[in-house]
Design a protein around this ligand. Sequence first.
Ligand code: PMP
Ligand code: GLN
Length: 388
Amino acid sequence: MQLPHKHSATGTTIFTVMSALAAKYNAINLSQGFPDFPIDERLAALLHEAAAGNYNQYAPMAGLPMLREAIANDFKRRYDLQLDADKEITITPGATYGIYTAFTSFLQPGDEVIVLEPAYDSYIPNIEMNGAKAVCVPLTAPMFSVDWNKVKDAITPKTRAIIINTPHNPAGSVWSAADWQQLADLVRDTEMLIISDEVYEQLIFDGRKHYSVLEHDELRQRSFAIFSFGKVFNNTGWKMGYVIAPPLLTDAFRHIHQFIAFSINTPAQYALAQYLQQDSLPKVGALMQQKRDYFLQLLQELPFTLHHKTAGSYFQIAGYENISGLPDLEFAQWLTKEYGVATIPLSPFYCDKKDDRMIRFCFAKKESTLEAAVERMRRLNTVSKTQF
Ligand code: PMP
Ligand code: GLN
């Protein structure tokens, strides 16, 4: 029996492939993005409290009111933004789900969506699962900035949306207020909607500010802003996130959401709500900046090429042209098998699988993990390029 393909991606997502390879070869896993240190024990205790108490049945479809209120208060505190917890915030099982459901709430077959590449690997399949077409526009290396003329040229009468990601996975670049203004000028006279993937909003370094689409009054009216608790509380396995959108878009989102997930893990919602009500958010940005700096310092001893220092997210990309001439996927596999360090090749983040001979490291790890990984790669110094 042959089943139809619902999107053009072939095989299994690179994050699963590389994490499985890491496990198989007992490699240190700097590939898939997740922290390797424990969560705040107060949050763990709150999860226990929820399960031991009476928080084990279905939550309301939009999410526990106390969690949505806590998010609204958090946005008031951090961004001075007024959000309507009932009409503008929906709790989701992670950001990936939020992105898919946002697309599904408005895309029609034949629509086009602009994707800035490199791009997180779920975007294009999510667009295609809705019968729509991804139109890829490359970001400009080495800083992975937006070429606004290219974006403008990509807009056609069929363009229904654009998906933005800042801070950016995998490049670690961040948008300025001027970028949002450029986007506003481009979409003003169109029907385009915006999916703004801001999962790394709090992982932003060197005193930079994260500009949320929600802070741009004009753009906010046509945007779904996507967030993930996993990146803030270092609990990616909880798969908890939320989507903020104006009432009209939130209605469309829930219209779909009610028949896919319906509602989200109640004990986890309770724990996050209680935590947010009692405490200010963990200082995850400062922590990850320290890890970035430490990792970059360690990396200096290795022959990788760093074209820029990551400004946000927990990823650093690096060139390996001084080490090997292998294509990036093969290089990442070789590094895992021979050196015991798993990374992510960049080509899966491109529409045409363009290979710039770069890999992505995740530095959201204990210092001892980063040290051990660099120690394992120290032998790379002696590997001659001509061996490949
Ligand atoms: N968007 C980007 C850019 C990501 O890197 C991730 C990483 N997981 C997600 C969305 C998905 O987040 P979640 O785990 O909450 O689904
Ligand atoms: N966002 C993480 C990454 O980019 C994990 C993604 C995943 O496993 N699907 O590595």
